[in-house]
Design a protein around this ligand. Structure first.
Ligand SMILES: *Cc1c(COP(=O)(O)O)cnc(C)c1O
Length: 354
């Protein structure tokens, strides 16, 4: 088998999806399964749909196109704001998009009208994480303009926390969102059908009963793919954390010192490394590097193996406690989200679906 490779266990992804969807359903929340970390692998989307998610959320149109071309049948939600330069593709590929800019929404509306369709949108509101979204005081004027447009249908409002600045979802910031929603509904005499206010960082709050009733939609990626909520990165009950594993091949095995010889300057990435003297050790090189993974997000499945460092194309491990490993053997790792994203994006890592 060609190395390095990532194995993708569809049964585990489906199990994770089903388990989390069931919890959310109990609280009246439906789910867009977010496949962006896999670059829109059709089998992964299908596993999520089998597990009960009702929409697929994607950040990139190319991934939606890939999913559609492979017969994935679901409403597609574009979860990154559309670019003015790609309006026609947005309207033809996405059923729903998240938005925060008047010019973009106007362009979406005009393009849909020309095609004789109506594009659904959700306006994102910034409730504190300072990534995407309209600041609360600008929401009412924008909504008033958008509901006059005939080519778009404003189906709801959304919010996203944690992803950029780590702001934790609380009852208070969710309530702030719902209060805003209800104020807009009152003033505009409308009722929103979709309040999409959470991602994997909202699961703990949901389980403890802290998500206000009106919120009825989450967009979930990491919790389904890796079985973790994303405030404390705790394993979510009854889910798998190892639906994805990255495996690489030993290309060198040598007995060498644990401390390098010579004066220490910067490494290839501008860091000045430090070393602990453990005497002589058995060091191995694996055929993956920083181009294929995130060093801090790699966890060897065998606890006797320790990671020493990595450059672009080499990952160094200490196998002193596991000396029977030899050149040509394969070593496997669990990954965090950053490592998964890098491995999925690397063209050098073969994707193996099991
Ligand atoms: C990536 C993303 C998500 C999914 O987040 P997870 O933490 O992986 O659940 C949800 N919403 C938006 C807007 C995103 O960009």
């Amino acid at each position: 088998m060609q190395t390095p490779y990532i194995t993708i266990n569809l049964k585990k992804i489906e199990h994770n999806a089903r388990n989390i969807v069931n919890l959310c359903e109990k609280h009246g929340i439906s789910i867009a399964g977010v496949t962006k970390a896999t670059l829109g692998i059709p089998e992964v989307a299908q596993a999520m749909l089998n597990g009960g998610v009702t929409w697929i959320g994607e950040s990139r149109l190319n991934n939606i196109e890939r999913l559609r071309n492979n017969n994935i049948n679901a409403p597609f939600m574009l979860i990154r704001a559309p670019h003015l330069s790609e309006i026609e593709r947005v309207v033809s590929l996405a059923d729903i998009s998240v938005n925060s800019e008047y010019e973009v929404i106007k362009a979406l509306s005009e393009c849909s009208l020309k095609n004789g369709t109506v594009h659904k949108i959700i306006i994102m509101v910034d409730i504190g994480d300072l990534r995407e979204g309209v600041w609360p005081d600008e929401l009412l004027p924008l909504v008033k303009e958008v509901i006059k447009m005939n080519g778009v249908k404003l189906i709801g409002l959304g919010a996203n926390l944690t992803d950029l600045n780590g702001i934790i979802p609380t009852y208070e910031n969710n309530k702030l969102f719902v209060d805003l929603v209800e104020e807009i509904e009152d003033k505009c005499k409308i009722k929103f059908e979709c309040l999409s206010a959470g991602n994997s960082s909202s699961l703990k709050l949901l389980a403890s009963g802290g998500i206000p009733d009106r919120i009825n939609h989450f967009r979930l990626g990491e919790s389904i793919l890796l079985g973790r909520e994303t405030v404390d990165r705790e394993a979510w009950p009854d889910t798998y954390q190892d639906a994805f594993t990255l495996s690489a091949e030993i290309i060198e095995k040598k007995r060498k010192p644990s401390v390098p010889i010579g004066m220490v300057g910067q490494d290839a990435f501008g860091n000045t490394p430090t070393f602990e003297d453990k005497g002589m050790m058995i060091r191995s090189i694996l055929n993956i590097g920083r181009q294929d993974m995130s060093l801090n997000g790699m966890n060897p499945q065998n606890p006797d193996i320790e990671i020493l460092g990595a450059s672009s194309d080499h990952l160094l491990i200490d196998i002193t406690k596991k000396q029977d490993l030899k050149v040509g053997d394969v070593v496997s790792f669990d990954m965090n989200y950053a490592a998964l994203l890098a491995a999925m994006t690397s063209p050098f890592v073969k994707k193996v679906i099991v």
